[in-house]
Design a binder for this molecule. Structure first.
Ligand SMILES: NC(=O)c1ccc[n+]([C@@H]2O[C@H](COP(=O)([O-])OP(=O)(O)OC[C@H]3O[C@@H](n4cnc5c(N)ncnc54)[C@H](OP(=O)(O)O)[C@@H]3O)[C@@H](O)[C@H]2O)c1
Length: 274
């Protein structure tokens, strides 16, 4: 049975030696979905596993309470600390990378396994086809429950669909207000029953976060501008990620789930972004 889709992801990029402590703090704060990657350049997946183990040991959560998501990253997105043999075939690299992730995370399966980015910025290539086919096999072998793709354009998704590849459960993209909050991709996702995960909602959209209209909406809702952005994201069917390192912000980010924006407020925010 598929696990329920979470309502908020705690993102673990760029945490380095603080990863384990912050993952444990995120779980103690109430996050139940963790996003990571087997890409040592930006993530310390082993540290995520350490944070999980500490939380299990302390009785904060069990594995079954959690939604764990990690990624396969091509060599071009990695540094020298590779989780696979780069001379092996792509399908073998996927196998090795996922096996290493499961060891890091201390589990026999993840809930979602994501292709970190296609091989080409434009096309869905044969290499992507091979990687995706292996990811589907890993899913069929119960080493992941669901699959996703990240950093994709509309042309990637259309080409993937045209190649008759199975479509993902998730798309995970950086979400820019100036691109209508990734409207084209979100439309594709809506039409194909794909859940859109949005990252850098705050950091990629400084001008919206600091806009006077957001300040006004925040004041009248008794919320912070960051909470308004997360509530807005949810209103337009974006499943948000946050990468906060701050305990208070963790609470605020989770509390934004209780904030329901009226349709006029959603329209106002969309109009700022243009
Ligand atoms: N697929 C990909 O290629 C990809 C790429 C990038 C990221 N990601 C994933 O997405 C996750 C999140 O990345 P991100 O770019 O959205 O986040 P991020 O870069 O980690 O930054 C979040 C920023 O927002 C601030 N923040 C969060 N909550 C706040 C609040 N309530 N009030 C004020 N400031 C707040 C944080 O500051 P404080 O720390 O002070 O709270 C931090 O500066 C990553 O950790 C990773 O898991 C995926």
């Amino acid at each position: 049975m598929s696990p329920p889709i979470p309502s908020f992801f705690y993102g673990t990029a760029w945490k380095e030696e603080r990863t384990a402590t912050l993952v444990e703090l995120a779980l103690r704060s109430g996050f139940r979905a963790i996003d990571t990657a087997n890409q040592r350049r930006h993530y310390f997946e082993d540290g995520v596993g350490e944070g999980l183990a500490t939380a299990y040991h302390a009785g904060v959560v069990t594995r079954d309470d959690l939604f764990l998501q990690t990624k396969f990253t091509y060599q071009r997105g990695q540094d020298h600390r590779l989780p696979y043999d780069p001379t092996a075939s792509f399908s073998e690299q996927v196998k090795q990378s996922l096996a290493s992730s499961l060891t890091h995370l201390g589990t026999d399966h993840v809930d979602s396994y994501v292709l970190h980015g296609p091989a080409s910025n434009y096309d869905w290539t044969d290499d992507d086809g091979e990687v995706w086919e292996e990811m589907c096999k890993e899913r069929d072998a119960d080493r992941t429950r669901l699959l996703g793709v990240s950093n994709v354009s509309l042309s990637h998704l259309e080409a993937m669909s045209a190649s008759r590849a199975e479509l993902p459960t998730f798309v995970q993209n950086r979400c820019y207000a100036r691109l209508g909050w990734d409207r084209d991709i979100r439309d594709f996702c809506r039409d194909h029953n794909i859940v859109y995960q949005g990252f850098s909602l705050l950091t990629a959209n400084h001008e919206v976060l600091h806009h006077p209209l957001i300040a006004r909406l925040a004041e009248s809702a008794g919320a912070t501008p960051a909470q308004i952005i997360f509530a807005f994201a949810r209103a337009i069917k974006i499943l948000p990620l946050t990468g906060t390192s701050n305990a208070h912000h963790m609470q605020q980010d989770l509390a934004s789930r209780d904030l329901i924006l009226p349709p006029e407020a959603v329209q106002t925010i969309e109009s700022i972004s243009g």
